[in-house]
Design a protein around this ligand. Structure first.
Ligand SMILES: [Zn+2]
Length: 251
């Protein structure tokens, strides 16, 4: 299995990162797509991938940190992508859920990063919290659809339009909640060829332990739960979803 979205570089993993990676590997999770979120963290992420090659880096400017980004960071990201291995561009996108993140400024960094993804021929790792329509619109404006939306939760209608464009979706711990009926319908609607699985650890703890730190080993629980609610065979789900991740990130 490959975790399609996990922040292994997060400082909440500094004390026991190697232990947690080993634990996940013992459960069958062999690689971790780890998206950077701001230029201040790029070197740390790069160094971690040198220490542990199962950490697969991507670099981008996350909308959460909009107040830290400088416009010149786009140029820096451009140079960084020319000089360093990156399986994608991201995490980037739009967040209309959190207050205090200027929408116009978010749009500036999002549009600029779509252009960089085009320039470097990289897929996009997208964050679209409360902003699925706006993120899709940004892709349409740029006519670039080589993208995955992580922790996806949209309407069936939005999803259909994006699937038609070849956009992929990644689902995480939110599906491991027996009461998430709408999300389960959505997951079931997407064919297995268009979806990936992620922990988004250390965030997004699993039901019902919402106060705990989420850990890489939980990917297995998420995939197991998916196989159960969609009545598919677990081994087949594991194999097929790994194929989707490998194809998308060119691994
Ligand atoms: Zn993330």
């Amino acid at each position: 299995m490959i975790d399609a979205h996990i922040h292994l570089d997060d400082k909440r993993f500094d004390k026991d990162r190697e232990h947690l990676i080993k634990q996940a590997q013992d459960a069958g999770v062999n690689a971790f797509i780890t998206p950077g979120v701001s230029v201040s963290g790029f070197s740390k992420l790069k160094n971690l991938t040198k220490l542990n090659p199962s950490i697969i880096p991507s670099y981008g400017l996350h909308p959460y940190f909009i107040n830290q980004h400088q416009k010149d960071d786009i140029k820096y990201l451009d140079m960084w992508l020319s000089a360093n291995q990156s399986c994608a561009l991201g995490e980037c996108g739009l967040d209309y859920f959190l207050k205090g993140l200027d929408k116009d400024l978010q749009q500036f960094y999002f549009d600029a990063q779509i252009e960089l993804a085009k320039k470097h021929s990289l897929p996009l790792i997208l964050h679209a919290r409360g902003a699925v329509d706006a993120v899709f619109q940004g892709l349409k404006d740029a006519d670039y659809f080589n993208a995955m939306i992580h922790s996806y939760n949209g309407s069936i209608q939005q999803t259909k339009q994006m699937l038609d464009k070849g956009i992929k979706f990644s689902f995480g711990g939110a599906i491991v909640n027996p009461n998430a009926h709408k999300l389960h319908k959505l997951v079931d609607y997407c064919s297995i060829d268009s979806i990936m699985f992620e922990t988004d650890a250390p965030d997004q703890s699993l039901h019902p332990d919402f106060k705990q730190r989420n850990e890489p080993v939980n990917l297995l629980k998420i995939i197991e739960f998916y196989a159960k609610i969609t009545q598919q065979e677990l081994t087949q789900v594991i194999n097929q979803s790994e194929r989707v991740v490998r194809a998308f990130f060119s691994l």
